[in-house]
Design a protein around this ligand. Structure first.
Ligand code: HEC
Ligand code: HEC
Ligand code: HEC
Ligand code: HEC
Ligand code: HEC
Length: 247
């Protein structure tokens, strides 16, 4: 087996494992009635708990069957509040799954790839040591979980990376540029694949695979927030796509 084949098989296995873990995790109890959702949807939106509860509606987690208990614990089959709440703790309790320092591992149960990289970041180190690093919810929100875009990322990073706080104030603009580049690279890869359909076993197909692998690494490394490494992965994407065009 050549090294390239070995690499391709490994990345395929890893990819399938990740897709499988994310796509099945949320779906298991979809059919059964969920009393967390039932009861909480009756609460008034003007109360704090009601407002939090309703924010989940319409989120990607709702559509994928990721119910309240998946993040908060408790017993979703219990109709009574007290029985249902067994094990559900408020965000101020350090034992809670939603205590800010525990959030990465709570989300990481399903988003293993993001958590794996995030755990290697300076952000994570600072979160653990001083509590000042961001966690998943800082950037994505808890219930209406959104993916940031080049336009929305500036304000989010800028909450800490600004002149006043003095920690790397150039980062928001750099993050915007890198995120743009990431999206452009993805689009360029798709177009190149359409223009130059790969034939199995050819040099062109191998270059396209290399481009795809480099893009995957770039997306994965995003959660380590090492922007220069991401840029170098994207450089590899471009180089490989250039090969595809000239082969
Ligand atoms: C029968 C109604 C009912 C059911 C069932 C229910 N809840 Fe609640 N929940 C409430 C009410 C009402 C509150 C507001 C605070 C209170 O009265 O205890 C609340 C509060 C909460 C809070 C805030 C707790 C805090 O300490 O700040 C969370 C989180 C929560 N519920 C999650 C869940 C989860 C997860 C489930 C399912 C496993 C669930 N609830 C099932 C009615 C319910
Ligand atoms: C994807 C994970 C996730 C899901 C699904 C989810 N929550 Fe949350 N929720 C969180 C996190 C993380 C926090 C803490 C951060 C925050 O307050 O935004 C939180 C905060 C809350 C709070 C405030 C609790 C406190 O002590 O501050 C309530 C109430 C709540 N959620 C209720 C619900 C209900 C009801 C559902 C289902 C309709 C639900 N959540 C679904 C992750 C989730
Ligand atoms: C029980 C599993 C589960 C948990 C726990 C969970 N998620 Fe998710 N999440 C999913 C699934 C399933 C999707 C649907 C999209 C997919 O397949 O990637 C999703 C989607 C997302 C998306 C949107 C991805 C996209 O491409 O649109 C974000 C962002 C996200 N989750 C963040 C979080 C955060 C932050 C937490 C913790 C507060 C969390 N998730 C907890 C299962 C989960
Ligand atoms: C400092 C901000 C920040 C933190 C902290 C953060 N993310 Fe993200 N996340 C982003 C941005 C920006 C994107 C969009 C990247 C892109 O477009 O490829 C993203 C993308 C995602 C996606 C979508 C991935 C995809 O390829 O579609 C998921 C799921 C996700 N994050 C989950 C998490 C989880 C889980 C955590 C915590 C362990 C976390 N994020 C921590 C900023 C953050
Ligand atoms: C809640 C505050 C907070 C937010 C929001 C935040 N950061 Fe940070 N960031 C920090 C802290 C704290 C450090 C560590 C500073 C130090 O101790 O040197 C840091 C460091 C960094 C570093 C340097 C990492 C290294 O390994 O040298 C980068 C790059 C970075 N952040 C990128 C981002 C990006 C991109 C975003 C937005 C998507 C973001 N940050 C959002 C608090 C934040």
């Amino acid at each position: 087996m050549s090294r390239l084949d070995y690499f391709r098989i490994c990345s395929l296995v890893l990819f399938c494992a990740l897709v499988f873990s994310v796509s099945t995790a949320g779906a298991t109890s979809e059919k059964k009635e969920n009393f967390c959702v039932n009861c909480h949807s009756q609460l008034l939106g003007s109360s704090f708990v009601g407002m939090k509860s309703h924010a989940w509606k319409g989120s990607i987690h709702q559509t994928r069957g990721v119910t309240c208990d998946k993040c908060h614990g408790g017993n979703p089959q219990a109709m009574e509040k007290q029985a249902a709440h067994a094990g559900v703790l408020g965000s101020a309790n350090p034992q809670s799954s939603i205590y800010y320092k525990n959030i990465p591992s709570t989300c990481g149960k399903c988003h293993g790839a993001e958590f794996y990289k995030f755990a290697q970041s300076l952000h994570y180190q600072r979160l653990e040591s001083t509590g000042k690093g961001p966690e998943c919810v800082t950037c994505h929100g808890s219930m209406a979980t959104k993916v940031l875009t080049p336009d929305t990322v500036v304000a989010v990073c800028g909450r800490c990376h600004n002149e006043k706080m003095g920690i790397f104030p150039f980062i928001p603009q750099k993050a915007r540029a890198v995120l743009l580049l990431l999206r452009e690279s993805r689009a360029l890869l798709d177009t190149t694949e359409k223009l130059f359909p790969p034939v199995k076993g050819t040099a062109r197909a191998r270059s396209l695979d290399a481009a795809r692998a480099a893009l995957y690494s770039a997306r994965l490394d995003w959660h380590r927030f090492d922007l220069d490494t991401i840029i170098s992965h994207l450089q590899n994407v471009y180089d490989s796509l250039q090969e595809v065009r000239t082969q």
